[in-house]
Every structure is written in structure tokens, then in C-alpha cells.
Write a protein that binds this ligand. Structure first.
Ligand SMILES: NC(=O)c1ccc[n+]([C@@H]2O[C@H](COP(=O)([O-])OP(=O)(O)OC[C@H]3O[C@@H](n4cnc5c(N)ncnc54)[C@H](OP(=O)(O)O)[C@@H]3O)[C@@H](O)[C@H]2O)c1
Length: 219
């Protein structure tokens, strides 16, 4: 993200990472059971959510992470790369609701993608989704945005840790997506409380890691 907390510019440009930072991201992807994004992130970036190897840096993969797109009405096209690229290695899941058209779900299933129906919608019931993923033995989940889904996960108290790479840029733009979107919390006291546990300069960026502190937990 930028120093002013934007994860994309107002036209959707999100090139904040240099090679060093991308290596960190891909190493992190290789360490989790699943990677999850919101529907609009796929719409904007058509992300593959795979692990890239660099000419000078090969990331060992012991288990390919499962990819999850959160899309209550199943609007993501069947041609999206998350549904079509390297399915033989990386399983893909469409997390949706009973509001999604049945024919679209059949089309997605026919690609070899698993469909999880979580609640009545229009938005995906995230607590339901987390339970379903757990029954599939998914224990570590990397949430990669965007801001709307980030807030929903926070609101449901489903985030344990926050890792940020802050690029030395200021982007601005009221309509540019922020790290945390949604409605937001009214009071700072009610907002998500974090404890700083790590920071380092990584290339041009600042890498920061926090733990989420629950009510009553001492820092
Ligand atoms: N810099 C980075 O690291 C980074 C990472 C990821 C994304 N991004 C950027 O972030 C932008 C997209 O972020 P965004 O905030 O617009 O969208 P988003 O969080 O990717 O997706 C939000 C959409 O997910 C669907 N959804 C279904 N159930 C949901 C639930 N329970 N809670 C929240 N969303 C739910 C909704 O689709 P419906 O609208 O169909 O209801 C909602 O509009 C893009 O520009 C992308 O490039 C940047």
C-alpha cells in the first residue's frame, strides 16, 4: 500500500511492489494453506494467485495453496485466471451464496472449481466460509484484499495478523481503494487494536507486521 493507505489508485493501478517485495509476497503465499480475495480484486486484476519463481530465487513449494474468491452472486467470469490457470496444481474455490444463479455455479463446477455456498446472500457469510474451509483442513489463510473484503473480515473478527508493505508513495484520491474499506468503525476504541511485532526496510518499502489484539488482551 501507499503511505496514505491506498491499495490501488483511483483507476485501479496497484503497482506498489518491487522485485524484493514480490519475493516476500510469493514466499508468504507458499507458507499458507489458502489465499483469499474479493470479487472486485479478480475483476480488476484478474489475479492468478499462484507462486512465482524468480530467476535468482526459487521458492520451495511443499503444498500448493488453495485459491478462494469471495463472490456472493457468482459474477466472476468463468474465464477468470483464478478458475483456469494451473488448476492441476492450485485448487480453486468460489465462495458464494444461495442468491447466485444455479447455471453459473454449474458452469464454474464444470471447470473443476469447488463451489461453497455460504449463506443466503447477497454477501458471503464469512464465518460460515471459515468453518467450511476448516473442515477442508485449511488452517492458515492469507487474505490479499481488497479493502471491502478486508473490512468485512475485520468486522467479523476473523483476522489474527496484519502484514503490510508500505511503498514510499502518496497516491490520494477519495475514490481510490484503501487498505480497509467498508463502513469502518465509528470509535477508535471500538476499532481493531494491533500490536506491532516486526518492522524492517525491505528494498524501498517498509515492511510491518502486527498481531490483532482481542478485547482484554494485554499488549
Ligand atoms: N495493493 C494490493 O495489495 C491490493 C490487493 C488486493 C486488491 N487490491 C485492489 O483493491 C481493489 C479491489 O478492492 P475492493 O474493495 O473494490 O473489492 P474487493 O474487496 O476485492 O471485493 C469486494 C466484493 O466482494 C464481494 N463480497 C461477497 N461477499 C462479501 C463479504 N462478505 N464482504 C465483502 N465483500 C464481499 C462483493 O461483491 P458484489 O459487489 O458482487 O456484492 C464485494 O463488492 C482493486 O483495485 C485491486 O487492484 C490491491
Amino acid at each position: 500500500m501507499s503511505v496514505d493507505g491506498k491499495i490501488a489508485s483511483r483507476v485501479g493501478d496497484c503497482e506498489f511492489s518491487d522485485d524484493e517485495d514480490w519475493k516476500r509476497v510469493h514466499k508468504l503465499r507458499a507458507s499458507v494453506d489458502a489465499i483469499m480475495v474479493g470479487r472486485r480484486t479478480i475483476e480488476t486484476d484478474d489475479s492468478k494467485l499462484t507462486i512465482k519463481s524468480f530467476p535468482d530465487f526459487k521458492i520451495p513449494i511443499s503444498k500448493f495453496p488453495t485459491r478462494v474468491v469471495v463472490d456472493g452472486l457468482a459474477k466472476t467470469p468463468a474465464t477468470a485466471r483464478i478458475f483456469t490457470v494451473e488448476l492441476e496444481h492450485y485448487p480453486s474455490i468460489l465462495a458464494t451464496t444461495t442468491n447466485a444463479p444455479k447455471e453459473k455455479l454449474d458452469e464454474i463446477r464444470a471447470l473443476g472449481v469447488k463451489v461453497l455456498v455460504c449463506g443466503k446472500g447477497p454477501r458471503v457469510d464469512l464465518v460460515h466460509l471459515m468453518r467450511d474451509l476448516r473442515t477442508m483442513n485449511i488452517r492458515t489463510l492469507l487474505l490479499e484484499g481488497g479493502g471491502t473484503l478486508n473490512f468485512s473480515m475485520l468486522e467479523n473478527d476473523l483476522i489474527d495478523e496484519v502484514s503490510l508493505s508500505v511503498a514510499p508513495v502518496l497516491v490520494g484520491g477519495l475514490s481510490a481503494t484503501s487498505l480497509i474499506g467498508g463502513k469502518g468503525f465509528d470509535k477508535i476504541k471500538q476499532s481493531c487494536q494491533l500490536e506491532l511485532i516486526e518492522f524492517e526496510k525491505l528494498g524501498k518499502n517498509l515492511f510491518v507486521r502486527y498481531l490483532v489484539r482481542r478485547n482484554g488482551e494485554k499488549t
